[in-house]
Design a protein around this ligand. Sequence first.
Ligand code: PGA
Length: 250
Amino acid sequence: MRTKVVAANWKMNGNLELIDSFIPQFLSNLKSKDDTKVIFCVPSVYLSYFGEKIKNSTVLLGAQNMYHKDSGAYTGEISPLMLKEVGCKYVILGHSERREIFKETDDLIAKKVKQSLNSDITPIFCVGESKDHRENNQTISVISKQLSAIIDTLTVSELAKIIIAYEPIWAIGTGLTATSDQAEEVHAHIRQEISKKDYNIGQQLSIMYGGSVKSANARDLFSMENIDGGLVGGASLDPIEFSKICNSAN
Ligand code: PGA
């Protein structure tokens, strides 16, 4: 049995007022289940505040990015040690918005993944193809290349600790969700690529789907053999909608 994971990616959204109203509504609608992890990746300035509010719940805290050094002259950056100190157990790395807008390369992302593991923070490592890639039948080769950055640099025991998120770029924030079959095909490919390095790890890794996940499509997606939950952007800003998505992972 693989662990189901549902994570909220608030991106650069939300404020103290939303946090205050969101958490009680969300928690009272969340059906408690021990086998699904629910993670909130909120803007870094709100991590401590959010962490304080969820401390008596089963919900976990994650960040949306970090730098691959523990401290030093890196103005504007946040280190894994800092994330750990404020209670973060997870960090999203390699999100397509980081790759596209902030020009993060496979090499930089691989360094971040390694450093997060050094600090016992679980990376949610994102991969995904663009609309052009998909239309030109390059989906599988693009995903393989993004994956190779970590398969080639992590040890087998490091690889065993990561979570992968497949997020087709054309589906992010567009309302265009990949069909369950489209997502399943890529998830199965990801599992196969990891399995080439270590069969058991390939079978055990949690692979989440992201890209316009809503309560209306979550159950179908999460019921696919190789889809172990979701990374949710827009719909995670609504406490009722997001609780329904989390409950669908059961
Ligand atoms: P979306 O974003 O759910 O708004 O499409 C998902 C993500 O970017 O993680």
